[in-house]
Write a protein that binds this ligand. Structure first.
Ligand code: C2E
Length: 460
């Protein structure tokens, strides 16, 4: 539209001006959308890479250090799975606000994807200065995040790579911070790790092994062995522990300690663990059909399986599929798994208990389980770690510890299974201490079900 002055001459054109400013605004919006995350409003990967490069250039001029902190929320999947994606989204929004409040004004905060955030802290005197920032972040999340009337505790696995030592370009720095984060996650989360060059080498080795393990599952190379457990009062073998083995085409029978940590690290343990559970229930159902006796079987659970959010439903499904009676199934978890998220553990154990499945604490005595935890959780069995049994009957300390564990367990209505019983002397000592069940080479080594069945060891 044209605007004229008092003399009727055209003074200016407002339409063009407005059109230009609208277009500019539109372009700015497009630019913002392309460089920011819609959910949290934080910088996205594109902007992060650009800003990181700028900070690295500045660092180079000033001879200072820039740190890239890769943060991955622990247990976010569980929140999403159990409370729904809507709440998951709200949690991410709140977490991004809290992170933003606790970084320094000139630091960069970006959402990298899913539950991953990246902080770029520049102008640091040295790499150590970053630990102060991380401590602050840790303290910031000591209090739960309140979402939809729920208090959710948030923790992170963090990996740090610093410029110039750990990489000369944005891609390399981000990749190395990511591998350090991966290491921190593999070590159990809730921690931060600085990047070490050996990590990449290790990850390549892991990658090669991961595909081998994938193939092992598809090619049916895993097998389950069974180790008998006997009741001390009756002397009868009433159950067995299922223990996985890998029948490797070249390496022969590989023990679990050599591949379970890797399965854990790669996440494959969920699939393999479920396979073991199904195999054990199927084997025992078959055994029951041929022998008319239904032994109790205990199956180890890994931390990841326990925290997957799918465990209870998977157990219910396997029991239904195989027809194995729930009261003959026992699941073994370690103390660490139990206490890493007490609230969640309580809910899972409650659901298993309602289903009729028992839960045993494995390797008892080696972790940090306190009496208070034991009292509050629906548990059924304590398995005394074999390191204590090894010293029996001569070692007075081991004797005192085992005696105390048995007393404590019985006070709490828990059964006690002693692991690693290798001699008659150990067996007799355990009997005199009132232990309920024993397991170990003295009774029998882990063996294929067939071998156990043939010896007639599994009797009810
Ligand atoms: N020295 C000695 N050792 C004895 C004796 N009696 C039994 N053992 C060994 O002690 C381990 C007992 O299993 P665990 O503590 O649950 O420890 C298990 C368990 O934590 C893990 N594992 C085995 N199978 C599975 C599985 O299916 N899933 C998961 N998540 N972990 C598994 O691997 C660990 C090692 O398993 P294995 O090599 O089969 O080792 C087994 C067994 O062979 C004894 O008298 N003396």
């Amino acid at each position: 539209m044209s605007h004229r002055d008092q003399n009727g001459n055209i003074a200016y054109f407002s339409t063009i001006a407005r059109n230009i400013s609208e277009r500019k605004q539109f372009e700015a919006e497009l630019q913002h959308q392309a460089t920011h995350d819609v959910l949290t409003g934080l910088a996205n990967r594109v902007l992060l890479a650009e800003q990181l490069q700028t900070e690295m250039n500045r660092s180079q001029r000033r001879n200072s250090v820039t740190a890239v902190v890769f943060l991955d929320m622990d247990n976010f999947k569980r929140v999403n799975d159990s409370l729904g994606h809507g709440i998951g989204d709200q949690l991410l929004q709140q977490v991004s606000v809290r992170l933003g409040r606790h970084i320094r004004p000139n630091d960069i905060l970006a959402r990298y994807g899913g539950d991953e955030f990246v902080i770029v802290a520049s102008d640091l005197e040295n790499a150590d200065a970053i630990t102060a920032i991380l401590d602050k972040l840790n303290r910031a999340f000591e209090h739960p995040v309140h979402v939809a009337r729920q208090d959710i505790f948030v923790s992170f696995s963090a990996g740090i790579a610093v410029y110039p030592d750990d990489g000369g370009d944005a891609d390399t720095l981000l990749r190395n911070a990511d591998s350090a984060m991966y290491q921190s996650k593999a070590d159990g989360g809730r921690a931060f790790r600085f990047y070490a060059p050996a990590m990449n080498e290790r990850q390549q080795r892991l990658l090669a092994m991961e595909s081998e393990l994938h193939r092992a599952l598809v090619r049916n190379e895993f097998v389950v062995y069974y180790q008998p457990q006997a009741e001390l009062a009756s002397g009868q073998v009433t159950g067995a522990e299922a223990l996985i083995r890998w029948r490797h085409p070249q390496r022969g029978l590989v023990p679990p300690d050599e591949f379970i940590p890797l399965l854990e690290e790669t996440g494959l343990i969920n699939e393999v663990g479920l396979w073991v559970l199904r195999r054990a229930c199927l084997d025992m159902t078959t055994y029951t059909q041929t022998h008319g006796l239904c032994p109790r079987v205990s199956v180890n659970l890994s931390a990841r399986q326990f925290a997957s959010g799918e465990l209870v439903q998977q157990v219910a499904q396997v029991l239904e599929e195989t027809g194995f009676p729930p009261d003959r199934l026992e699941l073994e978890i370690t103390e660490q798994i139990l206490i890493s998220d007490l609230q969640a553990s309580k809910a899972i154990l409650g659901a298993l208990h309602d289903m009729g499945v028992s839960v045993a604490i494995d390797d008892f005595g080696t972790g940090y389980c306190s009496l208070a935890y034991l009292k509050r959780l629906p548990l059924h069995v304590l398995k005394v770690d074999r390191t204590f049994v090894a010293g029996l009957p001569a070692d007075h300390n081991d004797l005192a510890i085992v005696e105390a564990i048995i007393l404590l367990a019985h006070k709490l209505d828990l059964q006690v299974v002693a692991e690693g019983v290798e001699t008659l002397g150990q067996l007799e000592t355990l009997r005199s201490l009132g232990c309920d069940m024993v397991q170990g080479y003295y009774l029998g080594k882990p063996a294929p079900l067939q071998a156990l069945a043939e010896t007639g060891a599994l009797a009810h």
